[in-house]
Ligand binder design. Structure first.
Ligand code: AMP
Length: 300
């Protein structure tokens, strides 16, 4: 006959290592600020647009090592997408992201809605001048104004001591560093190395758009950048020679359509003519079908 369960009816298992606690999830700037007020001490912020990969998680691990608290923001920011860009179809998978962030021992996830971030009547933007003009700024008008505005809002809501950005978005990193210094934000911007697939393709949420043939062709970007790095290491400094070396390698790949190849002064991103005197950034955007892939290498 059935009986009411007693303690001896259960086997109690204490997992070892213990289960990781789920991060707090904050969905409004007010809730985020309250959480921060209740969690004093060094805080590292990792801003993302979600659909996380190992490149993002590498930033999170670094933030985990260097701070008492780690907050990851996930927000696909409409103001940094142009009218004909992929905002609507940008890949999203919140449940998977939250599981990855729990495994990475994140304390809180800031997940605001677009309506919270951009309330009716929104009309205040921050823009950085010269360093936003070339490269991505020229290809994507208004992009960096959207980026700087949202990053400032994320800083205001989360109150970070440090914020972690990938070198994959090399111009974005310089723009954020500039804004942070110019506006006295008091946040340490921590640049993190590019994380790549085993065949050299830089990890990106947008890599899921690639067809199998495009995916197989995409490592040509890293190979071309490596070729230029070898030339640089052997003493080649002429800007056009380096750009041409990259271009001719990529042109050998029929699926690749070059949008730009740049060799620019590292700090200002001014395009170089003639020989590079100091450190330089070699960066490129190549399209495979509708998918834009960014990559770069620092030459020093
Ligand atoms: P996203 O979600 O694409 O806006 O990227 C969020 C942050 O992760 C940015 O600081 C990116 O530069 C960084 N990130 C994206 N992909 C990589 C990668 N492959 N390696 C290192 N950092 C990355």
């Amino acid at each position: 006959m059935a009986h009411a369960p007693t303690d001896s009816d259960y086997i109690v298992i204490t997992p070892d290592p213990p289960l990781k606690p789920a991060p707090a999830i904050l969905t409004t700037p007010t809730a985020m600020r309250r959480w921060r007020a209740a969690h004093p001490g060094p805080l590292g912020l990792v801003p993302t647009m979600g659909y996380l990969h190992e490149g993002h998680i590498d930033l999170v691990h670094r933030a985990r090592r260097e701070n008492m608290h780690v907050v990851v923001s996930i927000f696909v920011n409409p103001t940094q997408f142009g009218p004909n860009e992929d905002f609507e179809k940008y890949p999203r998978d919140e449940v998977r992201d939250l599981n990855l962030l729990r495994d990475a021992e994140v304390d809180a996830v800031y997940l605001p809605s677009a309506a919270e971030m951009y309330p009716r009547g929104f009309q205040t933007y921050v823009s950085v001048e010269d360093v936003t003009q070339p490269l991505e700024g020229a290809s994507r008008p208004g992009h960096f104004r959207g980026v700087t505005t949202v990053v400032l809002k994320l800083f205001n809501a989360t109150g970070p001591d440090r914020a972690y950005f990938g070198k994959k978005d090399a111009q974005q990193l310089r723009v954020i560093q500039r804004m942070t210094r110019d506006l006295d934000l008091g946040v340490e911007i921590v640049p993190c190395e590019i994380v790549r697939e085993p065949d050299g393709l830089a990890m990106s949420s947008r890599n899921v758009y690639l067809t199998p043939a495009q995916r197989a062709a995409a490592p040509v970007l890293k190979q071309a950048l490596e070729h230029a790095r070898n030339l640089w290491n052997s003493g080649v400094r002429d800007a056009e020679t380096l750009r041409r070396a990259v271009r001719s390698q990529i042109e050998g790949e029929p699926l690749a359509e070059i949008e730009y190849i740049s060799l620019a002064e590292d700090a200002t991103l001014r395009e170089l003519d003639g020989p590079a005197a100091g450190a330089a950034l070699l960066s490129l955007v190549v399209r495979f079908g509708h998918t834009r892939l960014l990559d770069n290498v620092e030459l020093r």
